[in-house]
Ligand binder design. Structure first.
Ligand code: NAI
Ligand code: 15L
Length: 264
């Protein structure tokens, strides 16, 4: 494609994807509210608050694909979440509608289903059980994506990312981890398939301890190659196993289920 927009490009995942997605487009348009450093030759840097509707329209204009990583990525007070993960998502979808409907990857989260037990096996039809205001905002984002798909044909991959970090660091992540390599492979497939639709995809590597079934999206041809299991011995050594009734052991969303509501 000619121009790929990555929002949240100054964040943890965005910084990695900035390096790893250069082959997908002639130009990467990188955006964040935080500083983005210096532009490489194939990069356009645009500081933009996702809550600013007009700025988001200008941001999306001329883009052929969007990896939407920008937003509040942890539990927070509602006003912060609302400004970015609610209003910001609406701004993004309106901008896409007005500018050629570029395919969108929406960075949803495992926290939309965080109150499911770790003994449950889930698939794309499993019920929402958000574990936080943050999780609720990602449910909203997924719903926004389906509405724009049903009404206008806007295609979105709703990727419920597990834990995308260099390596799993606790026992829960033996189930939720997705390697950077597997995330890149997924993004490649999402932009390559001729017909995407608006699927739910569990963003996890091929973990032996997985709780999630991606068979509904086999048409993507995504075959994650990594498996958190290779880190089990190292995690056993480093992390004392939490008590059997600890949130990190009971619920898929782990410690997010133990978060209280953040007061304004
Ligand atoms: P992060 O917090 O490191 O990055 C988010 C970026 O969004 C930050 O650079 C921040 O400055 C930017 N941002 C915040 N408010 C903004 C605003 N008003 N306007 C424009 N930009 C704004 O999060 P991370 O880990 O890189 O995650 C990226 C996305 O993936 C997030 O949407 C997160 O919810 C989602 N996700 C990440 C997971 C992971 O394991 N890293 C797991 C599940 C979901
Ligand atoms: C998320 O949604 C967060 O953005 C990320 O920082 C991790 O906490 C991840 O979930 C997780 O559940 O490990």
């Amino acid at each position: 494609m000619k121009r790929l927009l990555i929002t949240g490009a100054a964040g943890g995942l965005g910084t990695v994807m900035r390096q790893r997605l250069t082959h997908l487009a002639d130009t990467l348009r990188l955006s964040d509210i935080s500083p983005l450093g210096d532009a490489a030759v194939n990069e356009e840097l645009i500081n933009c608050d996702l809550g600013d509707k007009l700025a988001v329209e200008n941001l999306v204009a001329g883009c052929d694909g969007i990896v939407h990583l920008g937003g509040i990525s942890l539990e927070d007070k509602w006003s912060n979440i609302q400004a970015v993960n609610i209003d910001g998502v609406f701004n993004l979808y309106e901008a896409a509608r007005k500018h050629g409907q570029p395919r969108i990857i929406f960075a949803s989260s495992n926290h939309v289903i965080g109150y499911h037990r770790q003994t449950d096996q889930l698939d794309a039809d499993s019920a929402f059980r958000p574990d936080s205001l943050y999780g609720v905002s990602k449910v909203f984002g997924e719903a926004m994506a389906t509405m724009y798909h049903d009404k206008f044909g806007q295609e979105t991959a709703r990727v419920r990312i597990g834990s995308c970090f260099p390596e799993p660091v606790n026992h829960r992540m033996l189930s939720t981890w997705i390697s950077y390599d597997d995330f890149v492979l997924l993004i490649e497939r999402i932009f390559m398939v001729p017909h995407l639709g608006c699927p739910i995809i569990y963003g996890a590597s091929a973990n032996t301890a997985s709780w999630w079934d991606n068979s509904a999206v086999s048409y993507l041809g995504w075959q994650p190659a990594d498996n958190a299991e290779v880190f089990r011995a190292q995690i056993d050594e480093k992390e004392k196993r939490p008590a059997m009734d600890a949130p990190d052991v009971l619920f898929q969303g782990g410690m997010f289920t133990a978060e209280t509501i953040h007061e304004e």
